[in-house]
Design a protein. Sequence first.
Length: 302
Amino acid sequence: MRAAIEIVSVSLGSSKRDSEVEVELAEHRFHIRRIGTDGDVKKALALIEELDGKVDCFGLGGADRYLVAGNRRYEVVAMAKLARAAKHTPVVDGAGFKMTLEPYLLHRLAEQGQLDVRGKEVLLVSAVDRPGMARALPELGARVTYGDLIFALGVPVPLYSLRSIAVLGFLVLPVLRRLPMSLVYPTGAKQESTTSKYNKYFYRSQVIAGDFHFIRRYLPPHMDGRMVITNTITAEDLKLLRSVGVGRLITTTPAFGERSFGTNVIEAALVAVSGRAPEDLSGQDYLHLLERLGLSPRVMDL
């Protein structure tokens, strides 16, 4: 039997969300592990150093290495340190998937009649970590509220244009990228708790989109048939979404067994199959690899 391609996602998220699967995609067999470090950067660093050269590709989860606003990309210092700890194994954070494949997949779902956001109010909880989705949703006719100030910074000011995101990024991200991720993003145990602090922004919208850890953290008790577009969904998350009345769930990454992994895992799989360095892959390369492995989003009516 051929050896499996080894993919390890090292996450700053909760270890309660750890998973391990083997999956066949086209002619390739993958062994995928997600290892959470409960917000402990030193533990994540040690894990990468231990496994460097022993696996085919790392994914970085639980936070983003890059935040994008307008035509500028800002590297998060703590995540960059983790990425550079690997001297032999390639490291990706899902940015390539989010920038190129996610908008492509949303447009394809719309063409297939599985996604219709025309004229609908959509809450994108964070645009700077979902630049492709932030661009695709208005292209598909949605009226988008961007929640970057609300959910990352705790400032209850909704934004309504990509121009405002670009200006916000220019003003805030040079400082934000140097802060511990736990100050602006749900890491560790925060990924398992919920607060109703910003329910009104959910209730104003028919569709909730973006990073699931933000969505889960602020999920209202009643979703009344609303659609959620996200990924990184476990079996327990599915139960939660059903219990609050989510109508349709779309995960831009496919389901392996009972869970959909993060974009970093899927990008790591694509990079490993390509045999090339991540920086050498174009958007078209990612699209070709996606089609080659037969990967597609998951659409579920709950």
